[in-house]
Design a binder for this molecule. Sequence first.
Ligand SMILES: Cc1cc2nc3c(=O)[nH]c(=O)nc-3n(C[C@H](O)[C@H](O)[C@H](O)COP(=O)(O)O)c2cc1C
Length: 235
Amino acid sequence: MRKNLIKKGSFWLAITLILLLSSGQQNFSFSQDMKIKLNAPDLKISLKDALNQRRSCRDFKEQAVELNTLASILWAANGEKFDSVTQATRTVPSAGAIYPLRLYLLTGKGGTDQLKEGLYRYQPKEHSLELISEGDRRAELSDACLSQDFIRIAPLSIIITGNIQLSSNRYRDRARQYVYTEAGHAAQNIYLSVTSFGLATVEVGAFIDDKVKTTLNLRREETPLLVMPIGYPTK
Ligand SMILES: Cc1cc2nc3c(=O)[nH]c(=O)nc-3n(C[C@H](O)[C@H](O)[C@H](O)COP(=O)(O)O)c2cc1C
């Protein structure tokens, strides 16, 4: 009886290992509800080098960004820890550990090597992207950002939104300040992580809130906080 159990246990262990190893070779997989599981993050250069090289860029090549690279950038911006050495659960701090931020990815045609053009939501717990809608909305987003043209040209943008209501349940009048502060943490992590891959970005705060909300089909309680176009710099 015991021998049988051990045999069965070894069989399932072997199957699990085979599945794990083969999933490592895939770049991503779709689950039925259109979630794209992302690969584990892997940042390339030292923090000192990333800080020294960080800059704002507004001239992007029309070159696709690799999905594996994007996985690391999204993780740096708001991901759950991998191989955690502390009790903190995310890569960014959050007042009261409420985590009111949400990240959206808006990618244009050919914006990444593997994703269809469209709008996606990043799910930190699963380290996955959820497809919200298909279609290239860069022109609409650029228009919402007072026609800052580089947003239409950059292959993709990450948009940081915040739920101020969620934070104000505990922090009342301080909530707005806290949520904007947290967006700054995420934005700086995006700056540093894109730099580590030879990509570039610029933090865009000049936009019409309602237009960004319509473009992303945001819920009423979600406030757009920052738009960050990302791509390979022309120079
Ligand atoms: C809150 C905030 C909002 C910003 N909004 C815009 C913007 O709408 N458009 C833009 O081109 N740059 C924007 N920037 C980028 C700044 O212009 C840029 O950081 C500054 O010129 C310093 O350049 P550096 O980032 O290369 O050091 C913004 C920066 C911050 C911090």
